[in-house]
Structure formats: structure tokens, C-alpha cells
Design a protein around this ligand. Sequence first.
Ligand code: SAM
Length: 237
Amino acid sequence: MKENEFFKEQLTAYGFEPSDAQLSSFDRYYEMLIEWNEKINLTTITEYKEVFVKHFLDSVSIIKAYDMSKVSSIIDVGTGAGFPGIPIKIMFPDIHVTLLDSLNKRLNFLNEVISELTLKDIYTVHGRAEDIAKETKHREMYDLCVSRAVANLSTLSELCIPFVKINGSFVSYKSEKATDEIKDADHAIKIMGGSFQKRIDFDLDGNNRTFIIIDKISCTPKKYPRKAGTPAKEPLR
Ligand code: SAM
């Protein structure tokens, strides 16, 4: 059995039909992640199967929570080593993907991955979400904003909802302990023009995961996000 056969099976169970080229892209991405992780801090998870499940499969699990056929553009806020943005790009090659992070050295890694995997229509943006969300070329320009392991849901709502077009959505990747966060973020979601739609709990190969789906129903007031650092220091309550 090929080393990544289990991954192919899991993707197939999700409804994907992964090609050999897509599976090879994940293998090469894994190799680069491990290589670069020796120089810069990218991931604490390094064991082959664990990376494939907890990073790659987790990232593309969005297929269980959201109708990806209606998405043509995505921004991944606080993408780090490319999660969930790169795996989404590999499995949904037609979606325009923007990877945003405030740490340039991680973006250097991502630019190498993009080049090595010959991914098209995917761009890295260096900056704080608070600042980039004020730029007209990014504000309310995306069908979908995704974010994993960046901040609590109230802070994230302020960082992420401004990027989303009306009728688009923000999908937050969380662990199962999301109930209090959802309650605490209620006010922030509304102020930003969002509306909590649903949470979806699921099992990721024995690990509990939750997606929180927030729809964008009205424009975000111009004064948001507040200046860089404030959404994390003083989350809207
Ligand atoms: N999303 C990746 C994952 O799930 O593995 C990375 C998570 S890492 C814990 C958080 C990332 O968010 C870091 O790379 C950090 O630089 C970035 N980040 C935190 N606050 C940010 C902000 N306000 N604007 C842009 N990036 C931010």
C-alpha cells in the first residue's frame, strides 16, 4: 500500500476524486513543510500521517460544512504554513485563493510551495488583517473567508467579516469547545454585518472538530476593524 493510500481513501469518503497529481502535491507539500520547519517555526506536528490528517484533511473538511460549488474566491486569514488555504487550493483548483499573514517568513515558505506545486491563481499578502481589510481591493471582495487557530471568535469576526461580500460567509475552524465562544461573539458578529448561521461538529479521524458558519448580511461599518492589535486586546462584547 502506498504511504498516502489512507489519505486517498479519506478524501474519497469526503466525496473528492483525488488525482495522482493532487496526491503528489500533498506529498511534496509535506516534504517542504518538514524541510523548512528546521529553519522557521511552521508546525509542531511533523509525523507523516498526523500532518495528513490534522493539517491537510482538516483543511479540506470544509466540504462537509459549506457548499464550495458557489465559491469563486477565498481569503485565508492568518494562514501560517498554509492552513487551510493551500490544501483547499489543491482540492479546489478553480477557486481564487488569497493567503494572508503578518509574518513574512511564513509567506516566503508559501511562495516557494506555490511555485514548486505550480499552483495558479493563488496569492500571498503580507500584513495585519486589521490593515489589509481597509484596502479597497480586499474589503468585501471575497465569497468566503476562512481562518484556523488564529484568535477567539469575537476577535476573528472583526478581522474576517470585513473581507466578505454580502451574501458570502466566514467559516471558522474550531475545536469542539466552541459553545462559549459563539455566545461571546454574538455582538461582534452583528456589528460586523454578520449573522450566525450554524455550527457543524464532526469527527476528524477520532478528533472533535467544529465549523462555525457566519453569513454576511450587511456592510461592515467603515470604522471596523479597529486599529491593529485592538481586536485581540479588546474583543467586542
Ligand atoms: N492557520 C494556520 C494553522 O491553522 O496552522 C496558522 C495558525 S498560527 C497559530 C496563527 C497565524 O496567524 C500566525 O501565522 C500569525 O502570524 C497569524 N496572525 C495572527 N494575527 C494576525 C493578524 N491580525 N493579521 C494577520 N495574520 C495574523
